[in-house]
Design a protein around this ligand. Structure first.
Ligand code: F6P
Length: 336
């Protein structure tokens, strides 16, 4: 294992390939990795550390906050606040963007994150994640505004997630493929274990919350219905289904062994005036960049996710991502 590169060694090598790179992005990624190690540590004692259960408050999304949501958010804010590599941050857990204290040098990056994805899994000891996206702060700006964050996903400089499962992994892209690192419990470093991850173009596995089936739009109903018919239907092959209720874990499975994941639009979401379930800037965009970089595709069903112009930090969108041919089929069903 020690023959392989650490995350920091890997990023320095990548940075050296880019002329004019200052190393600041490498430092931002190192800070995120430090936060993910601390979150992983906070998760691992579960009930023994009194980390299960909810608090009385709700977050900006109207969701009840878990104790670990708050701790993970504090950890992410803390690592970036003091070291001068970022200009501002935005989090799923906070309505407004977070500024860097005046006495700290402003960095040139904006970091957007979901500190604890799938947090309802905490109480049942199932996988959780941290999802992040790094954008450039507009040049010359020392005090970014919310508007400065509203960049399409194509502008992301880096995207990734940590998944806290049987082992802790960090998977990321800086636009040159997707690489996976496993946290060594022995030396406390993320080690490159999954270089240049690729998603097979075809799939026999789908992930969707089937309990919403009757609320979906016709193209999604058609696609899933054909998968469920298996060998006896028009697809002529059987499909398997998985639902972990943690986007980081679902996308991780797709990067490891293929498949398609979707959280489509449905009547219940529409009735609440929501554009979808998942958040564009810190869920859909980073995951779409990873999936595309690994040879997959990502869409709302109608538009490529990375092309969407965000109008709000907490904007929600429908998501269909994974195996290229399956995502194209879902898109085709929407067009038809
Ligand atoms: O952040 C939202 C999220 O927890 C995703 O990680 C996950 O894919 C989804 O919600 C689970 O949704 P549901 O509660 O419908 O299973």
């Amino acid at each position: 294992m020690i023959d392989s590169k650490t995350l920091t060694q890997f990023n320095i090598e990548e940075q050296q390939k880019i002329s004019g790179a200052t190393g600041e992005l490498t430092l931002v990624i190192s800070d995120i990795a430090t936060a993910c190690k601390a979150i992983s540590n906070g998760l691992k004692n579960g009930a023994l550390a009194d980390m299960l259960g909810s608090l009385d408050n709700e977050n900006v999304q109207g969701e009840t906050q878990k104790k670990m949501d708050v701790l993970s958010n504090d950890i992410m804010l803390h690592v970036h606040r003091h070291f001068g590599h970022v200009a501002a941050m935005a989090s799923e857990e906070m309505e407004e963007i977070v500024y860097i204290p005046d006495n700290v040098k402003y960095g040139k990056y904006l970091v957007v994150f979901d500190p604890l994805d799938g947090s309802s899994n905490m109480d049942v000891n199932a996988p959780l994640g941290t999802i992040f996206s790094v954008l450039r702060a507009p040049a010359g700006i020392t005090s970014p505004t919310t508007q400065d964050f509203l960049q399409p996903g194509t502008q992301q400089v880096c995207a990734g997630y940590a998944v806290y499962g049987p082992s802790t992994m960090m998977v990321l892209t800086t636009g040159n493929g997707v690489n996976g690192f496993t946290l060594s419990q022995d030396i406390g470093e993320f080690i490159l274990t999954h270089p240049q991850i690729r998603i097979p173009e075809d799939a026999e596995e789908f992930a969707v919350n089937m309990s919403n089936q009757r609320f979906w739009e016709a193209p999604v109903k058609r696609y899933i219905d054909e998968c469920v018919q298996g060998k006896d239907g028009p697809r002529g092959k059987d499909f398997n289904m998985r639902w972990v209720a943690c986007m980081a874990a679902e996308v991780h499975r797709i990067l490891m062994r293929g498949g398609i994941f979707m959280y489509p639009m449905d009547e219940k979401l529409k009735a609440k005036g929501l554009g979808g379930k998942l958040r564009l800037m810190y869920e859909a965009n980073p995951m779409s960049m990873l999936v595309e970089q690994a040879g997959g595709a990502s869409t709302t069903g109608r538009e490529r996710i990375l092309d969407l112009q965000p109008d709000d930090i907490h904007q929600r969108v429908p998501v269909v991502l994974g195996a290229k041919n399956e995502v194209e089929r879902v898109t085709r069903y929407h067009q038809e």
